[in-house]
Design a protein around this ligand. Sequence first.
Ligand SMILES: C[S@@+](CC[C@H](N)C(=O)[O-])C[C@H]1O[C@@H](n2cnc3c(N)ncnc32)[C@H](O)[C@@H]1O
Length: 255
Amino acid sequence: MTLHIIGIGLNTEKDITLKGLEILRQCDKIYLENYTSLLQCSVSDLEKLYGKKVISADRITTEQKDQEIVEEARKKDVAFLVVGDPFSATTHIELFKLAKEKNVPVKVIHNASILTAVGITGLQLYKFGQTTSIPFLEEHPNLETPYNVLKENQERGLHTLFLLDLKPEKNKFMTVNEALDILEKIEEQKQENIIKKNTLVIGCARLGSDDALIKAGPLEKIKRCDFGKPPHCLIIPGKMHFMEEELLQLYTKGL
Ligand SMILES: C[S@@+](CC[C@H](N)C(=O)[O-])C[C@H]1O[C@@H](n2cnc3c(N)ncnc32)[C@H](O)[C@@H]1O
């Protein structure tokens, strides 16, 4: 029997690959990790399409149950569903590693990820530097990492993708506006002139969905935009090729 780690894409139940769907329809048990990202559909929408019960697993359940899930997969076919691609967040490599260590067969079905969907901005994916996360300040009052990563990427002319914190159990999802606020607060502390009112920033919301929204412009204008429902992410471009600049122009309209 096998542990199938299946990426289900960025948007709705229909974003799973055909291969992923065929495999999970044959699985005895299906877990969904629902704490590192957010779909635009409900668990019952997934269940309807899959024709199977889906067990939602929060962070604590998954981390505590890693061993149990792997042991279950020794005797049954178990699917572990991840929003986006399984390996674009660091979280799920542990489950994969554990299965390998325990000699439990493990297979991975890839899918689209936020790390590739940002290509729609026109910025070339291979010119992104280190991706960084912006956590809620309450838990990280002395936060500096995203600012320092941005500084290093900028020094090398590379683009920076910021993934924004989310607490689905509290229905709390960081917006582009909050993220910019946090970066400005760090700038106030550090005063290294990395974040300015006219810094070019790109806010993205719900990429992969029909109502995806992308807006590019100076920080002070983007901060006033309403990006609507989560999830959101933020990009600060590095040195741009003229073709990147041309495509980005599409997203500056109506600011
Ligand atoms: C840990 S990452 C998601 C990793 C996921 N496995 C993947 O492959 O996309 C979660 C963060 O990515 C961003 N994100 C995820 N999906 C998004 C989307 N469709 N549009 C905009 N941002 C998104 C948000 O900032 C969210 O908090």
